[in-house]
Write a protein that binds this ligand. Structure first.
Ligand SMILES: Cc1ncc(COP(=O)(O)O)c(C=O)c1O
Ligand SMILES: N[C@@H](CCCC[NH3+])C(=O)O
Length: 439
């Protein structure tokens, strides 16, 4: 068992995070419960920023809030001096409601609506990352109607196959995102953006995928973007001020994962940018990155209570928990793997192999296959590690299950930052059907 951040085994044999006993957390806030190790999030934020600071490189580290967005999380991001990437009106609204500095908000998305673009322009956010020609024209039109010049980046697709799950690849040519770098779309988009009076082209963006362990994809993307920058400098006399290389830095979910420390990804990127600047005689851009998972993934632990058990002779032992695919869709969606342990009996020896089933009415609602655990009884507490990214943010109400609460722990204190939903919350937008009177 690998314990992340401030997670420890205390003298009662319980899992402790941020000096708070998780058994006490489960008793106070109930289960399922998402628990975030605030110190670990702060540490990761600093690791990213320090590399840029040490190398004296102008940069923005924008937390990709799709990984986990709540008002408290946005406040924490602000407290650490990061920027913020939002990808919908809802994430933007969360950021604005938290009072996040608007100039450090970046707005992504491949189909932003007129309303979302207006919301962003009215709020004067730092930049909009334009994804396609439809948006380029729409944004220019809206921006002109507001008599504004909206700062933008263009999202480019560099034609790179990062080694990760197919569903989370984004840099390859056959992708729904961005202007293609190789077929002329990117050149056309740059030309139009420079011509449009309502837009101020700050620079370019690419994001090659998520949960990437190798640095080669980032290096190749940088090289391809610089080759284009050099062409644009000659042909259009244009040099981007900002080069945003996205997120995607992988984390360790299980012992099979072997990521490098987050700072090393950044070092590789900075080195390559400096090399390209020197070789191609292009001015040094500001480097922006957008880590999501690598800032919050291993800081999150989900606590579940164990309930029923089913023995299938000679085949399998199923143990069911009080959550599942509705609070963590990643195993069902990406065959994602997790490690887990009994949070109330961490010192007990494993003596059986079980498979952890969720409580949704789907055979595919299996959280972990073949996990070694001490014989678990109803009421034992299962801690699933590394659930901080894309767990809560992808949670659903499937089977009309209520979404769990979220707790921040730090220095021996626990703060409830998202309340557990109630059945009232589940039906709050439902309206009664006025059954027509039969004629
Ligand atoms: C444009 C963009 N930026 C940043 C991210 C964050 O990625 P990750 O959570 O893998 O760091 C994503 C998600 O993959 C993304 O689509
Ligand atoms: N949601 C995905 C990653 C996609 C990130 C968004 N571009 C995950 O859980 O791994």
């Amino acid at each position: 068992m690998f314990l992340h951040g401030t997670s420890r085994v205390n003298d009662k044999g319980h899992l402790e995070i941020g000096n708070v006993d998780t058994v006490d957390l489960a008793n106070e806030f109930g289960t399922p419960l998402y628990v975030y190790d605030v110190e670990l999030i702060r540490q990761r934020a600093r690791e990213f920023k320090e590399v840029f600071d040490k190398q004296n490189v102008k940069a923005q580290v924008a937390y990709a809030s799709k990984a986990f967005s709540t008002i408290a999380m946005v406040q924490l991001v602000q407290d650490e001096g990061l920027s913020l990437d939002v990808v919908s009106g809802g994430e933007l609204y969360t950021a604005l409601s938290a009072g996040f500095p608007v100039e450090r908000i970046h707005f992504h998305g491949n189909n932003k609506s007129r309303h979302e673009l207006e919301m962003a322009i009215e709020a004067n956010i730092g930049c909009i990352v334009v994804d396609n020609f439809y948006e380029l024209h729409l944004l220019n039109e809206i921006s002109e109607s507001y008599k504004k010049e909206t700062p933008i980046l263009l999202r480019l697709t560099p034609g790179i196959e990062a080694h990760t799950h197919d569903y989370i690849l984004t840099g390859q040519e056959d992708s729904k995102f961005g202007f293609d770098l190789q077929n002329g779309q990117a050149d056309k988009a740059v030309q139009q953006a420079l011509d449009f009076a309502g837009l101020n082209l700050l620079g370019i963006h690419c994001h090659i995928g998520s949960q990437i362990f190798e640095t080669t994809g980032f290096v190749m993307a940088t090289q391809k973007l610089f080759a284009k920058m050099s062409e644009w400098k000659k042909a259009l006399n244009y040099t981007p001020e900002v080069l945003n290389l996205g997120g995607g830095f992988g984390i360790r979910y299980t012992s099979e994962d072997t990521p490098i420390p987050v700072g090393q990804y950044v070092e590789v990127i900075i080195d390559e940018v400096k090399k390209q600047v020197a070789e191609l005689d292009v001015e040094m851009p500001e480097i922006w990155i957008e880590p999501g998972r690598s800032l919050v993934g291993d800081a999150g632990t989900t606590l579940y209570s164990i309930g029923s058990r089913k023995h299938v002779p000679n085949i399998r032992e199923y143990i069911a928990i009080d959550g599942g695919m509705n609070d963590n869709i990643r195993p069902a969606l990406y065959q994602a793997k997790y490690e887990a342990a009994l949070a109330n009996r961490l010192n007990d020896q494993a003596d059986e192999v079980v498979s952890i089933a969720g409580k949704c009415c789907e055979s595919g609602d299996m959280l972990i296959w073949d996990l070694s655990l001490p014989t678990a009884k109803p009421g034992d507490l299962l801690a699933v590690f590394c659930t901080g990214a894309y767990g809560y943010s992808m949670a659903s109400h499937y089977n009309r299950l209520t979404k769990p609460a979220v707790v921040f722990v730090e220095d021996g204190e626990a703060q409830l930052v998202v309340k557990r939903e109630t059945y009232e919350d589940i039906i709050k937008n439902d309206l009664r059907y006025q059954i027509p009177v039969k004629k």
